[in-house]
Design a binder for this molecule. Structure first.
Ligand code: PRP
Ligand code: URA
Length: 204
């Protein structure tokens, strides 16, 4: 269920995101670019329904999107992946799950949750970093409990540990990522990774 994004532009953007000397403005721009590519990849199989129209020349039956879409960023860093979905799918609904990893234990604590109706819609949980998987598993648990039945996880960088944790708890949830990195360090940061995404995105 792991979908690895393969595109030269994705490799280009990710390399600049990884570089320690990329300033916040450029970091945001590259995150947006990579987010657009992942937004396309994670919606490739959206169902469509026939829609009759008239072209200037003749009647025609085209296709339009058949299903509502919900994007749910895991705050705070996940906010960096919302705009790409808004750009491509202006009708998308946005929910929020607030989780913060404890700096000592790396265990995520929930501090906020606000969700639109999820039943019968494609729900994309977005977060740039999948490290231990603790945050993603908590978020997916909550989304399932709220009725999400068509769920996917979209991350920029994944660690093998996080992929395993999500696959163990949510085996039917596909994971879309631009990179499967090597491992976690002792502080549970991804290697090679790109550091603390939220801090770099917001210059904190
Ligand atoms: C980061 C990241 C994920 C989480 C990943 O958020 O955005 O949510 O860590 O780690 P995990 O897989 O080990 O749970 P963080 O908790 O640092 O909060 P922030 O988004 O506010 O920076
Ligand atoms: N959160 C981040 O922002 N980066 C990591 O490497 C791990 C968790």
């Amino acid at each position: 269920m792991l979908h690895l994004l393969r595109h030269p532009l994705a490799a280009h953007a990710l390399t600049h995101l990884r570089a320690v000397d990329t300033p916040p403005a450029a970091f945001r721009a590259f995150a947006h670019q990579l987010g657009l590519l992942l937004a396309l990849e994670s919606t490739r199989d959206l169902p469509v329904r026939p829609h009759p129209i008239n072209t200037p020349l003749e009647p025609h039956i085209g296709d339009v999107l058949a299903r509502g879409l919900v994007v749910v960023p895991i705050l705070r860093a996940g906010l960096g992946l919302v705009q790409p979905y808004l750009d491509l799918f202006p009708e998308v609904s946005v929910g929020y799950v607030g989780l913060e990893r404890d700096h000592e234990t790396a265990v995520a604590r929930s501090y906020y949750c606000k969700l639109p109706p999820l039943v019968g819609r494609r729900v994309l949980c977005v977060d740039p970093m999948l490290a231990t998987g603790g945050s993603a598993v908590q978020a997916l648990d909550r989304l399932r409990a709220e009725g999400a039945d068509d769920l996917a996880l979209v991350v920029l960088v994944a660690a093998p540990e996080g992929v395993e944790a999500v696959a163990a708890r949510h085996p039917n949830v596909p994971i879309f990522t631009a990179a499967l990195d090597r491992e976690l360090n002792t502080q549970k940061y991804i290697l090679p990774g790109l550091g603390d995404f939220g801090d770099r995105l917001y210059g904190t």
